[in-house]
Design a protein around this ligand. Structure first.
Ligand code: BTN
Length: 261
């Protein structure tokens, strides 16, 4: 069973309570259940395998046993619901940083995939529950392909782009999963605190430093019209800012845009 390496963990609150499982349907589903029953801010749920791992846009997330990281964290931030996408940005930054500690350079594909050499290595699924119009809790689910080999990667059915693992991109060097999980949680807590103490602007700029989409061409569905333009950044709601060829500036959501270059 995969557990956190507590010799590496340096956090104040994140991962101090942790629940480990051999197999779950989905760590996000279990985290949502636990959070509804009062599980505290900072709790982490890790499974060695998932039978119904969930991705964005109702997609599945392939989750074989013994090779990868499937983790969800429960956060109870005092932010407006409109600021919730900032938690996804923070998580993406932390994923890129933790992969970097394995000696591998990865980049963010908007809205929240991590890519190495153009192939998907990790994804983030953020789910929020409101109470009386305020954020009750946010579950951030992170899946990272760590030690899958080429044969397993070939079986991955992801979002149309090809997949990879950190091990493959590190020339076959296996990743210590317990260490990676602790590194990721350290990084996630540090960036979370940077957000709550420092605000959105710094996080957006750090995210853009790790983003591979700046100034790339996009085709967006704007009110039913397909329009091309240039990706210019993201706004405070996590929307993509597109400078259209017609001279306008629009903010678009993930389902409505494709990168075309
Ligand atoms: C995506 O890229 O579409 C997001 C994938 C998120 C997968 C992780 S694995 C741990 C957590 N539990 C889930 O069921 N999903 C997330």
């Amino acid at each position: 069973m995969l557990t956190l390496d507590h010799a590496i963990l340096k956090t104040e609150f994140l991962g101090r309570a942790a629940h480990y499982f051999e197999t779950l349907a989905s760590t996000n589903t279990t985290a949502l259940d636990l959070a509804k029953r009062g599980e505290p801010h900072g709790s982490v749920i890790i499974a060695d395998a998932q039978t119904h791992g969930r991705g964005r846009l109702q997609r599945g997330w392939r989750s074989p046993a013994g090779v990868n990281l499937y983790m969800s964290v429960i956060l109870r931030p005092q932010v407006a619901p409109s600021d919730a996408p900032m938690l996804t940005l923070v998580s993406s930054i932390a994923v890129i940083e933790a992969i970097g500690l394995c000696g591998v350079n990865s980049r963010i594909k908007w809205p929240n995939d991590a890519l190495i050499n153009g192939k998907k290595v990790a994804g983030v699924l953020t789910e929020m529950e409101l109470k009386s119009g305020a954020v009750d809790f946010i579950v951030v689910g992170i899946g990272v392909n760590l030690n899958m080999g080429e044969a397993e990667i070939q079986q991955m059915a992801t979002s149309g782009i090809s997949a990879t693992s950190v091990k493959i991109e590190a020339g076959g060097q296996a990743v210590d999963r317990a260490r990676f999980a602790a590194d990721l949680i350290n990084s996630l807590e540090a960036w979370y605190l940077a957000l709550v103490r420092g605000g959105n602007t710094r996080i957006i700029s750090e995210w853009m430093d790790r983003w591979d989409g700046l100034n790339r061409r996009v085709r967006a569905d704007l009110d039913g019209n397909l329009t091309e333009g240039i990706a210019a950044g993201i706004d405070e709601n996590g929307y993509l800012i597109v400078k259209t060829d017609g001279g306008g500036v629009r903010a678009v959501v993930a389902g409505d845009v494709n990168f075309i270059d």
